[in-house]
Design a protein around this ligand. Sequence first.
Ligand code: TYD
Length: 206
Amino acid sequence: MKARFITIEGCEGSGKTTILKKLCAEFKEKNIKFFATREPGGSKISEQIRNVILNVENTKMDYMTEALLYAASRRQHLEEIVKPALNDGAIVLCDRYLDSSLAYQGYARGLGIDEVYAINMYATSGFLPELTIYIDIPVEVGLERITSNNRDVNRLDLEKVSFHSKVREGYLEIAKKYSDRIVTIDGVGTPDEVYERVKKVIFERL
Ligand code: TYD
């Protein structure tokens, strides 16, 4: 199947954003019609939902509430931003999608991958990407990159290393489970090295 809706996944500091930027530059140069987005992706409603999830004061948030809010935010972004872009004939590149919920809420928070998958199947009416790139890096490498980038600290960045290790374990399990859709890329190396690996996979599927 040709890939029109492509998602990029990975742990904190995996380099998703850098790789996406390079990909956009290449698409532009090759005159390929594309649309790059990220959840909540400029949808005002999704953004408002996300602010509730990431608010550092919301320490009482129940894990299932969190999963449902992510799913709601995803639905709105899908209907308002992603689908119109696909209907307009663009290839859509999305930084994070349902696999983030499977890894973070399903596996790391312990709600269950299949349970969170079910919530998301309802929320998206089963709308899956044709291709998902999962950029895999050891947790220490990712966290080291974030600290040196001095990125804004949000509630989730404050989680312990053990949580991030679980997220990675979750991603590896999901990648195995949905191997038809998800391609794992080794994220260790220079941005150019990792980008070449990603580019090869994507251009084979366009
Ligand atoms: P984000 O601000 O997009 O940062 P990043 O640059 O790492 O993508 O993501 C914020 C956090 O939200 C990040 O720790 C992953 C988490 N997250 C979930 O737990 N579940 C989800 O469904 C999504 C989309 C993100």
